[in-house]
Ligand binder design. Structure first.
Ligand SMILES: Cc1ncc(COP(=O)(O)O)c(C=O)c1O
Length: 377
């Protein structure tokens, strides 16, 4: 990630680039903590949904996050290597060597089944060091975890392993962005497990259940920590529902116009010649294609000169063609995601067009598109 260069400077260096605004992440994190009244675990897995994990983690911590969460051990390693010492939970399964690294790096692991319990206990004993874990319950997601009713026997087994330090307990919501009977059922199961653990004096310090959607729509799921990814990035919980105005997107995707030509009427554009000019038309070329992660579906628009311009013909691997209302100079800024003048294209719009999640759209932006940090205000 290049730091602090302006869009103008980026244009001199890159044909296309992604701008990340750490101040937006910092402010959004502060809003999450204030709006939910709950400490924040900032979820920065999958390179913070394509936004850049190290920059997003640092910004979320500056905004008051107390924990970080990632999916894989390699992601935790990258954060530690970047000098980030905050409490850090790996939400997914890990390998034997990763357990050894977690012991050395003071990374917290997810204890999700008996095999993991044996492995963690054996490696912690061998190292002669405590291994911090959060116990994972399956309250209805059907993914990792022991069933909620097994919480006490499982926690009892874990407590026998003196080298294991069970600091937390968590579960994950399956349909929190919808009105669905499973939401209350999952919340009930989690609360029942907590009560049973309290009764057995086994209730860990950190209980957490809520992702972005649950943190906002289901306050009873907040407990001791909310685990939020989308909203700290200013990504909507649902594509069809704007976030409150205080949240702002942390990502913009830009490019520069590399060609602008007047084509005669009846001129076919692109592979398959799916678009043919109706008369003389200005057609521009933007150096972004499906090889950069833009989904190959019809109906895309980009912003040029503050106007929405339709992408015409099929996306190529590395380029797209756009119908322009008038000629623009080569080098003109093109916005694929973000704001330009009064117009904007949000990840939610791409998600609806491409029938994908917003995170699908942001994580697909290929690594060959450089990320730079800027202020998007
Ligand atoms: C276990 C877990 N917790 C929290 C999150 C964060 O979800 P969101 O980005 O919707 O806040 C995720 C993301 O998928 C997750 O897998």
């Amino acid at each position: 990630m290049r730091e602090g260069i302006s869009s103008g400077a980026a244009k001199a260096v890159h044909p296309t680039w992604v701008e990340i605004d750490p101040a937006a992440v910092e402010e959004n994190s502060r809003h999450v903590i204030r709006d939910t009244g709950t400490p924040l675990m900032a979820i920065v897995k999958a390179d913070a949904y394509g936004h850049g994990a190290v920059d997003v983690a640092k910004a979320a911590l500056a905004g008051g996050a107390t924990w970080l969460g990632v999916a894989r051990y390699g992601e935790a390693r990258a954060l530690r290597q970047a000098g980030i010492q905050a409490p850090l939970l790996v939400l997914g399964a890990v390998t034997t060597t990763e357990v050894d690294e977690a012991l050395a790096q003071e990374v917290t692991l997810t204890l999700h089944n008996r095999e993991a319990l044996s492995l963690y206990a054996a490696r912690a004993r061998a190292a002669g060091q405590p291994l911090r874990v959060h116990l994972k319950l399956d309250t209805g997601m059907g993914r990792l975890g022991v069933l909620a009713e097994e919480a006490v026997p499982f926690a009892t087994e874990a407590a026998r392993e003196t080298r294991l330090q069970v600091d937390g307990i968590f579960s994950h919501m399956a349909v929190a962005d919808e009105v669905h009977p499973l939401n209350d059922l999952q919340a009930d199961r989690f609360e029942a497990a907590l009560r049973a653990l309290e009764g057995a004096s086994l209730r860990p310090r950190w209980a957490h259940l809520a992702n972005s959607a649950a943190a906002y729509f289901l306050p009873r799921t907040r407990h001791d920590l909310v685990r939020v990814g989308n909203v700290i990035l200013g990504i909507r919980i649902r594509p069809d529902r704007p976030l409150p105005v205080q949240y702002r997107p942390a990502l913009a995707w830009k490019a520069q116009l590399v060609s602008c030509r007047r084509l005669p009427g009846g001129w076919g554009v692109g592979y398959g010649q799916t678009y043919v000019t109706r008369g003389d038309e200005f057609v521009g070329v933007v150096p972004v294609g499906y090889g950069d992660g833009l989904a190959r579906v019809p109906g895309h628009h980009v912003l040029i000169g503050g106007e929405r311009c339709p992408v015409v013909g099929q996306l190529c691997l590395d380029q797209l063609m756009v119908r322009l209302p008038r000629p623009f100079p080569v080098g003109e800024e093109v916005v694929l995601v973000g704001r330009q003048g009064a117009e904007s294209i949000g990840l939610h719009e791409l998600a609806i067009l491409c029938r994908m999640t917003q995170v699908d759209c942001s994580t697909r932006i290929h690594a060959r598109v450089p990320r730079i940090t800027v202020s998007l205000r």
